[in-house]
Design a protein around this ligand. Sequence first.
Ligand SMILES: *[C@@H]1O[C@H](CO)[C@@H](O)[C@H](O)[C@H]1NC(C)=O
Ligand SMILES: *[C@@H]1O[C@H](CO)[C@@H](O)[C@H](O)[C@H]1NC(C)=O
Ligand SMILES: *[C@@H]1O[C@H](CO)[C@@H](O)[C@H](O)[C@H]1NC(C)=O
Ligand SMILES: *[C@@H]1O[C@H](CO)[C@@H](O)[C@H](O)[C@H]1NC(C)=O
Ligand SMILES: *[C@@H]1O[C@H](CO)[C@@H](O)[C@H](O)[C@H]1NC(C)=O
Length: 400
Amino acid sequence: MRKTSKTKIKLNSKSKGLTKKPKNTVSPYVIFLAITFIFCFNYLRSTDIQVSLAVHPRYKQKLSRNYDINSSRVTDQAVAYQHKATMNNQQSTGLVQIKTSSQTTDLNDSQTSSKQQNKNEIIRLASPTTTMSTTKTRKTTAAVHSRVKSDKPRNMIVSIGEPVVHRKAENTIGAWMKDQTLNNNFVYVLENYVKNNKVKVYTSEANETLAHFYLLPYYWGGTGHVVMNGNLYFSKYNSNKIVKYNFEQRDVVLEKTIPGAGYANSCPYQWAGSSDVDLAADSEGLWVIYATEANEWNITIGRLDENTLEVTKTWNTRYTKRWAGNAFMAYGILYALKRYDSYSTTLNYAFDTKTNSVLRPNITMTIRNQFLTMLDYYHRERRLYAWDKGDLTTYDVKVP
Ligand SMILES: *[C@@H]1O[C@H](CO)[C@@H](O)[C@H](O)[C@H]1NC(C)=O
Ligand SMILES: *[C@@H]1O[C@H](CO)[C@@H](O)[C@H](O)[C@H]1NC(C)=O
Ligand SMILES: *[C@@H]1O[C@H](CO)[C@@H](O)[C@H](O)[C@H]1NC(C)=O
Ligand SMILES: *[C@@H]1O[C@H](CO)[C@@H](O)[C@H](O)[C@H]1NC(C)=O
Ligand SMILES: *[C@@H]1O[C@H](CO)[C@@H](O)[C@H](O)[C@H]1NC(C)=O
């Protein structure tokens, strides 16, 4: 602003000067104008060329929205790309570089272009989203402050067995489970993470003949569903609402908002896919794993009352939800998976809700197809249920 007004004043005096002394006084003004012009031009240009931004939660949210707008068109490329940025956040200084350019057209999921440069991601953003562009360069260091407790709780998982594939599904992404409390062997299969409301039920893992079929009134979002006591609990697509669907009544019996929970990929797991609100169940009951802006998108564990769907108690962790490949609950302990896409990974973080303490497990786990988009503990069988690129997989779990 200051510079512009200065320029204007000079311009005025310049025109006066021109009438009186044309030869001698013109050149300093021209030089001044040229310098001002070059400065302004470079200044404007620099904001267009490369802007470094700290990975602020608000920005991360917007970033994810660009990748996965409406969630339906996530390509593997976009997902992989997103977690790469997350990895940089985790590994380096937490910087992600953004390229804003006037040439960039609307960001189409399928057309997302990316480049690797100086170990940082260059992300092209569509012009409508330039609200994110800023000339400020802020840096955050991913400090890890957690109370690590060395003595392990009694029911801590000791090891995870080799993956056992029971059958293959068409969709690379999906969820499957059994009823957490009822003593039957029914297998519930919910394929895909968006644009689906069809629940297929089989009499066992091996039997591939459809036994029951349910059409939900809403689409679900993500893969974090739970079946418990003849009810399906799922996250309603594009919302932070939890829905309770009763199989016998074939109807929704309850619907509740998880207060403050992020949705639509503001706080998903590494693979995105609307996995913001993840339900879990263990011997203690129903849980919800989510994140809020208030807790800086770090994982919040909520205890859910299965009859009212009220969150009766919460635990705020300092583990960023987006850093987790997935997470599940077992014996009141939250476990986070390091990567969803590496052959050999680990459960590298745990939070005990009984003692409010952070644990650092190092439990190795094999992901055969390196694309694990669902992981849940099933306490009646002491197994983990997983969906690995369309393979309906279980892992035996060793608990003392
Ligand atoms: C979702 O898609 C519809 C049309 O397909 C569009 O109007 C809407 O803005 C999209 N939502 C978001 C959050 O981009
Ligand atoms: C986005 O992709 C669709 C389908 O490929 C195309 O029709 C549309 O023009 C694209 N939009 C922009 C802004 O590039
Ligand atoms: C497989 O499931 C179908 C449908 O429920 C059932 O009719 C059939 O008896 C089952 N087969 C076995 C071997 O259990
Ligand atoms: C969220 O987690 C990060 C990384 O552990 C930590 O630096 C930050 O303080 C946490 N935020 C809150 C509100 O606990
Ligand atoms: C985790 O365990 C593996 C062996 O199972 C070991 O090689 C690795 O160093 C351990 N990592 C940490 C951080 O303790």
